[in-house]
Design a protein around this ligand. Structure first.
Ligand code: PLP
Length: 358
């Protein structure tokens, strides 16, 4: 008799990661491969984080602190929230799953954009939820369209600001207006994975204050992007105590490992590293904008550490041709690729190789 998998799995497929650098080197006989495909910090991470891990490495036989006490305290100090309003997770990815498990019943509608972070649709479907898709307008969230998509079956709304993969943002005014209009029984998940990179003044800098006004709001941040700790898998979620205590019912008891916890605490204490990462990213963005302008390539304005650019040829073909030359980027749709902003040297190399393949 055949094994029966849950019905929802028929709708899902496994995440296809890009090839690791070592595989690309071997496959094409290359000595140097640069990966600008996963929005990682090209400067690495704070040396304080590495130091903290070395110290903690003596204690690997001991289970992690399942409450993430010190990390919650450090985050509470940084954000002004109570530790009980904060919940670390094994990357934001894990939290997206946990949120779907906490809120989505079979048949519930979840509103999301297209194109946006691909985990929103996957976790919604995993729980038997019904994705309601609102296309971007000019590569930017159509916030009004998302409001119009609300029905009495809507359970949850996924927002990513600034957006991955297009790098675009919506403003504080839009967010305030949106939250005021969304019925209070509908959960609004607000994913700020790239907020530390934003340069524009009209970005919602008030997202944490909004938690006081909106008990249906959940804000997600991560240590994987500007903090450069993607390998460790650690992110954090902020919401009302009621929401946090309910997520606590379904999360694994030791979901954030010890090394991730100590490194995250240390990284939070290194403002200089964050400042430098921000500056390098800003300069890299301007360099790439200028190069794209000179090449006559259209791109979406980015408030992140990646740029969504129209290479005017099949994105998959450009991806393969760049990879053969030791440059890994991400094809997204049609003729549009996403390139992560690297160091000055990596960005220059990317432009040189892009010119060659075009
Ligand atoms: C990278 C990313 C995440 C996931 O980050 P992890 O903390 O590494 O799981 C979440 N949301 C968005 C929009 C991202 O781009």
């Amino acid at each position: 008799m055949a094994i029966q998998f849950r019905e929802e799995l028929k709708e899902l497929s496994a995440y296809k990661p890009g090839k690791p650098i070592e595989d690309v080197k071997r496959e094409y006989g290359l000595n140097e491969v640069i990966k600008l495909a996963s929005n990682e910090n090209p400067l690495g991470c704070s040396p304080k984080a590495t130091e903290a891990i070395k110290k903690a490495a003596d204690n690997l036989a001991i289970y992690p602190d399942g409450n993430c006490t010190l990390l919650k305290e450090a985050l509470a100090n940084k954000t002004g929230l109570k530790p009980s309003q904060i919940l670390p997770s094994s990357g934001s990815d894990e939290m997206l799953d946990q949120l779907a498990k906490t809120f989505v019943n079979p048949g519930d509608e979840a509103i999301m954009a297209d194109i946006t972070f691909s985990r929103y649709i996957a976790t919604t479907k995993m729980m038997g939820g019904k994705p309601v898709i609102v296309p971007l307008k000019e590569w930017t969230y159509d916030i009004d369209g998302m409001l119009e998509a609300i029905t009495d079956k809507t359970r949850l709304i996924w927002l990513c600001n600034p957006n991955n993969p297009t790098g675009t943002m919506f403003t504080e005014d839009k967010l305030n207006d949106f939250l005021a209009k969304v019925p209070k029984n509908i959960i609004v998940v607000y994913d700020e994975a790239y907020n530390e990179y934003v340069t524009r003044d009209d970005f919602p800098k008030n997202s944490l204050d909004l938690l006081n006004d909106y008990s249906n709001l959940i804000v997600l941040r991560t240590f994987s992007k500007i903090y450069g700790l993607a390998a460790l898998r650690v992110g954090y979620t902020m919401a009302s105590e009621e929401i946090i205590s309910n997520i606590n019912k379904i999360r694994g008891p030791f979901n954030v490992n010890t090394l991730a916890q100590v490194a995250a605490v240390a990284a939070l204490g290194d403002d200089d590293f964050i400042k430098k990462s921000y500056e390098v990213n800003k300069e890299g963005k301007n360099f790439l904008y200028k190069a794209f302008d000179e090449m006559g390539l259209e791109y979406a304005p980015s408030e992140t550490n990646h740029i969504f650019v129209n290479v005017e040829k099949d994105a998959n073909e450009i991806f393969v041709n760049l990879q053969k030359k030791g440059m890994i980027i991400r094809p997204i749709t049609g003729t549009w690729i996403r390139v992560s902003i690297g160091t000055a040297e990596q960005n220059k190399k990317f432009i040189d190789l892009l010119k060659e393949v075009l």
